[in-house]
Every structure is written in structure tokens, then in C-alpha cells.
Design a binder for this molecule. Structure first.
Ligand SMILES: *Cc1c(COP(=O)(O)O)cnc(C)c1O
Length: 458
């Protein structure tokens, strides 16, 4: 039953054995700061009538917990068992080993980023990727920027600033967050000319809208929705003829833009970049970290004269790519030269093409091992079928048959409580809640031990 005098001083704690151990791991400044905050809280509690001795006794444990929590990065590796393979909120594509090695080498040592090793003169950073991109897409030239939003922005700005861009009303997309096509156009300085209706747009709609002020025609892949029923859109080849006749640029924003035919991997087709180029688009834009399976990046591929104009736009410098991602992209694109082994090497494709039987076998194997880890906390685990999604706006209405673990417990809030506990683990685990259970889709789980190890810390 003591008051404030039961509390130790800052120095007493710092000089104690525990204090020294904490300073060793967290540094003096962090320990002192956390300790002051805890001592203030203890004094407040004592003022409210708490027992000083009890507050002093709690202090070491609370201090150690505060410091451990503060030292834990929120960016630590986690397990994506949501069933969405390209999860934008979880950082989209996981890189291939070759890309990870290339990125870490680029971080650790100088490299010839803008330096010609042959002549010793100046080089171009995009040169490391241009050849590969042209080879894989059939385009004449390519330019590389920070992400696909930047690719669309710089292309619009280069050819449409102070002019008009024609877009179908069926393609005025919002990609989530703040990427809305009309807003991007406004920021690019382009006047949007909407044509057609939500469900039907015809060639004459575009033709009638062309004026001497038209800078470009924009075609947008409706990544995250489908318009079904009584619909009509103008196919890219027809649009290319209209644009060519009028002497304006046709820009096709593919979004995900696969470099391979997904049908070869048992998935529904998405338009490939090579197809979009072959269909006659002057420029095609797509992302690096969607179906391509690389780091965040945006590409504009197409006519050489137009790419040269984009490269002269001062915005290019503001949206250019850093050396780490250029190195990772080069390694990722090289994998596409060997299509036979691509699915083995590229995690995105490997997971998307995983047969359901394989995932179901994993679920059957894991369920009896996971159940005993959850039982002490009042939860149970069983194997279940479920449905994965590609994510990031690819084939939005399609699901891929998958399998996983169905975790259940007593009480209506059981799935939410368990989901919160799994998010708080040293290696956080995220699933999705469905029909009163927490589902862990195992499509993206390469090693059983990773999940068992994570759950052992419950
Ligand atoms: C995803 C997407 C974008 C934006 O790409 P980011 O790489 O996320 O910047 C633009 N257009 C379409 C059609 C998309 O699907």
C-alpha cells in the first residue's frame, strides 16, 4: 500500500539487469521514452487510487511488451490465404527468385544503370528492358514508368494536353482508390469526350466525335467489371482503322495485360499485350505487378515515334523507375523467354495454375495438424472447398476452384475474433470470412510448415 514512492526512477530501471538487456536490444533512447510513458501512466493510476507497489510490479513486463510491439514492423512477411492471388492491399505480385536476387544485387552494389559498359559513355535506364519488352510484345519500342496509372497519365498528357480524347461511356472506369479515368484525364490536361452509352458504343459514335481538336482515342479494358446482356463495343482493330484514318493516336489501356495466353494454364483468356499490339493500337499500357508477376511498374509499348515523344515529356523524369525495380523487371521478363518453365518460376502463374486436387490434398493433410493448435483457444479446423480469384481487376467475375481450411468456433463473433488473433501473430495470417467461418484458402501456401509455424505462436 504505497504511493508514488513505490515507483522506480528512470535511472534505477536503466541500470537494472532487465533495463540493460532492453537497452541492448532496443537502444537507450527507445527504452527511456517507453519507460517515461509507462511511469506517467503508473502515476496517473496511483492518483486514481491504484496501489503503487502493484504498479511497480507490473512495470517491467509492460515496458518489455511496449518495446517489443514498437520494434515489430507492420511490413513484416505474412501469409496471404485470402484466395485473392494478386491482392492489391497485400502488395500484389510476389517476385520470382531470380527477380529477388537481381533486386538485392542492385541494392548492394553500383550497376550500369545509365552507363554504357561498351563505350564508357552515357546509357539509358529503359534500355535494359526495351529489347525484352519489344521481343515479348511485338511492339516497336517501349517506355517504363512507376505504375500503369502513370503510364496512362503520361500517354494522355503527351498526346492529349489541351486537346480532346474520345472514350466510350462503357469504359469510364474507376480502378479503386482514386484512379478514375475522367479524373486522370482532367489532370493530364485532356478534354474528355464521352461517346456511346453505358452498354452500347458503335463505330459511328467515334467517327462522329472526331474533330480537328481530337488528340487521341482511348480504349480501356474494363478490368474490374463486365457489362453483360444487350451490349456492343467497337473491337480494337476497327477502332485502329478509325484512328488511323483520322490521324489520331489509339491508346489501349489493358490494365493487367498478360504476356502469355492464360488459357494455356487452365484459366479463362485475358487479352495479351501482343494481341493488343497486333490489333493495331498505336500504344498499349499495362502493369508490372498484376498478371505479369513482377514489381510495381507501368509500361507503354507501341510506335517508336510516339514512344520517343513520351520520353521527351518532362513528366517522364517524375514517374521514372528506380534501379531496384529495373533489375527485378529485367530478371522477371527474362523468365518469359522460357515459357515451358515459366509457371514453375513465376509465383503468380504457379499459384494461378495450381490444380484444385493439389490444394485439396494439402487441405486434407493440414486440417488434422491445425486443429490441435486451435483447440486450446476454442476453435476447430476442417478441410473445405472454396473459390479463389485472380485479383487486381483480372477476370473479375471468374473464380478458380480451390480448397482450404474452414475454421469455426462458438458464438457469432467467433470468425472475427479468430481473424483478429491471426492478424496479430508474429507472422500474420489473413483469410476471408464466409458463412460464419474463417476460410484459409491454401492456393498461395507453398510450404505447410509456414502455416503451422505461424499458428504455433497463437
Ligand atoms: C490496374 C489498372 C490501372 C492502374 O494500374 P496500376 O499499375 O495499379 O497503376 C489502370 N488501368 C486499368 C484498366 C487497370 O486495370
Amino acid at each position: 500500500m504505497q504511493g508514488f514512492r513505490a515507483l522506480p526512477s528512470v535511472d534505477q530501471v536503466l541500470l537494472s539487469e532487465m533495463g540493460r538487456a532492453l537497452v541492448d536490444s532496443h537502444g537507450r533512447a527507445a527504452v527511456t521514452g517507453a519507460l517515461r510513458a509507462r511511469l506517467d501512466a503508473a502515476r496517473d493510476a496511483i492518483r486514481e487510487g491504484a496501489d503503487g507497489g502493484a504498479e511497480a510490479a507490473r512495470l517491467p513486463h509492460l515496458l518489455a511488451a511496449d518495446l517489443a510491439a514498437a520494434a515489430q514492423s507492420k511490413l513484416r512477411p505474412m501469409l496471404n490465404l485470402t484466395g485473392t492471388v494478386l491482392h492489391t492491399n497485400l502488395g500484389r505480385a510476389i517476385l520470382a527468385d531470380a527477380a529477388i536476387r537481381a533486386a538485392s544485387a542492385a541494392m548492394a552494389a553500383p550497376l550500369a544503370l545509365e552507363f554504357d559498359l561498351g563505350t564508357g559513355g552515357r546509357g539509358q535506364r529503359d534500355d535494359h528492358l526495351r529489347g525484352l519488352l519489344c521481343e515479348l510484345t511485338g511492339a516497336e519500342d517501349a517506355t517504363i514508368v512507376n505504375n500503369n496509372a502513370a503510364a496512362v497519365l503520361i500517354a494522355l498528357n503527351t498526346f492529349g494536353q489541351g486537346r480532346q480524347a474520345i472514350v466510350s461511356r462503357g469504359e469510364l472506369i474507376e480502378i479503386g482508390g482514386a484512379f478514375r479515368m475522367p479524373d486522370i484525364m482532367a489532370r493530364a490536361g485532356v478534354h474528355l469526350v464521352e461517346v456511346g452509352t453505358t452498354n452500347r458504343t458503335h463505330p459511328r459514335d467515334y467517327e462522329d466525335a472526331i474533330t480537328p481538336d481530337t488528340g487521341l482515342i482511348l480504349k480501356v479494358h474494363t478490368s474490374n467489371y463486365r457489362i453483360e446482356g444487350f451490349t456492343a463495343e467497337v473491337p480494337a482493330p476497327a477502332l485502329a482503322r478509325i484512328a488511323k484514318k483520322a490521324g489520331v493516336v489509339l491508346l489501349n489501356d489493358l490494365g493487367s495485360g498478360s504476356l502469355v495466353d492464360l488459357a494455356a494454364y487452365g484459366l479463362r483468356r485475358e487479352p495479351t499485350v501482343a494481341e493488343a499490339v497486333a490489333e493495331g493500337a498505336d500504344l498499349v499500357t499495362f502493369s508490372g505487378d498484376k498478371l505479369l508477376g513482377g514489381p510495381q511498374a507501368g509500361f507503354v509499348v507501341g510506335r517508336r515515334d510516339l514512344i520517343a515523344q513520351i520520353n521527351r515529356n518532362p513528366l517522364k523524369r517524375a514517374v521514372r523507375l528506380d534501379k531496384i525495380r529495373i533489375a527485378a523487371l529485367e530478371a522477371t521478363l527474362r523468365l518469359y523467354r522460357d515459357p515451358d518453365r515459366l509457371a514453375e518460376r513465376l509465383p503468380t502463374l504457379r499459384w494461378l495454375s495450381r490444380p484444385q486436387a493439389d490444394i485439396a490434398a494439402q487441405a486434407a493433410r493440414l486440417a488434422p495438424q491445425v486443429a490441435p493448435l486451435l483447440a486450446p483457444h476454442g476453435f476447430d479446423a476442417g478441410a473445405t472447398d472454396c473459390a479463389s480469384q485472380i485479383g487486381s481487376g483480372s477476370l473479375p467475375t471468374e473464380t478458380i476452384p480451390s480448397a482450404g481450411l474452414r475454421l469455426t468456433g462458438k458464438g457469432g463473433d467467433a470468425p472475427d475474433r479468430l481473424a483478429a488473433s491471426l492478424r496479430a501473430l508474429p507472422c500474420p495470417v489473413v483469410g476471408h470470412i464466409r458463412d460464419g467461418a474463417l476460410i484459409l484458402d491454401l492456393r498461395c501456401l507453398d510450404r505447410d510448415e509456414d502455416l503451422l509455424g505461424a499458428l504455433a505462436a497463437l
